[in-house]
Design a protein around this ligand. Structure first.
Ligand code: MLT
Length: 265
């Protein structure tokens, strides 16, 4: 566990293992804990940096309006502080949007990308309205209400019925995010640009991972990303919804290690 002051905020991260650096960027409204099943496995072969984005996990809440670019610039500042030039970036959902912002703004810092349960296109007008409604809800009812709203989209129905421990873990993770963290993330999600040109331009190796039952960023979105990228592999994870890392950790770990060992290790 470590904390560095980055752009005047305390950014919490976990730095484990040795070797080529891999940065893990979590989704909304989660934290480094969503990578718990991946961290130890990857750290056996790589240097794994899992970062709590502003307002999530142990990092300070944002002070002003948030953008996806701010999260990306925080990660670059963290790499600078640690003396790391290039890293492989793995991001799930919102973490994927941050990874695409890194490709847009700092391509020279990116060695390879892993895009999990995410998509390249921006919010529709209805989607933006949904973010504004969620902001209102977070402010009026708190993080627990957001966790309850998100949960059915995060895990498959089978997991929600049969694995109460995992459901509780995921729910607690979301419910412990601060309201300013949630509001900032929703602003950033709502206002994010189209990342199609960044993916088209990317020349780095890419792995795209998606849960077969992901309804938030479905396999069709993953296939669309693969189609525009120059060297992307696609892995569909059976029996997983949006939070594939927690729901099917063994299959996700296998896909990540195979890709990393081929292109990075
Ligand atoms: C996430 O999991 O990061 C969010 O659900 C992403 C989104 O809503 O677009």
């Amino acid at each position: 566990m470590a904390t560095l002051v980055i752009h005047d905020i305390h950014l919490h991260f976990i730095d484990e293992g040795q070797g080529e650096p891999i940065v893990l960027v979590h989704g909304f409204p989660l934290s480094t804990e969503m990578w718990r099943p991946q961290r130890a496995v990857l750290a056996g072969r790589y240097r794994v940096l899992s970062v709590d984005l502003r307002g999530h996990g142990g990092s300070d809440p944002p002070t002003g309006a948030m953008t996806i670019e701010t999260y990306a610039d925080d990660i670059v500042a963290l790499l600078d502080s640690l003396g790391i030039g290039q890293a492989t970036i793995a991001g799930l959902s919102m973490g994927g949007y941050v990874t695409m912002a890194l490709l847009r703004r700092h391509p020279e810092r990116v060695r390879a990308v892993i895009l999990l349960d995410t998509k390249m296109t921006p919010d529709t007008e209805a989607g933006k309205q949904g973010r504004n409604d969620m902001i209102q809800r977070a402010e009026n009812e708190g993080a627990a209400a957001i966790a309850d709203a998100m949960l059915p989209k995060m895990l498959t129905e089978a997991t929600r019925q049969n694995d109460p421990e995992l459901v509780e873990f995921a729910r607690n993770l979301m419910a412990s995010t601060t309201v300013p963290g949630i509001v900032g993330a929703l602003q950033a999600l709502r206002d994010r640009p189209d990342s199609t040109p960044a993916l088209q331009a990317a020349t780095v190796p890419a792995l795209i991972v998606v849960g077969s039952d992901d309804t938030l960023t479905p396999p069709s979105d993953a296939a669309a990303m693969q189609a525009v990228m120059q060297q992307a592999q696609l892995q569909v994870i059976p029996g997983a919804a949006h939070l594939s890392t927690l729901e099917q950790p063994a299959a996700v770990n296998e896909a990540l290690l195979a890709f990393l060992d081929q292109h990075v290790g």
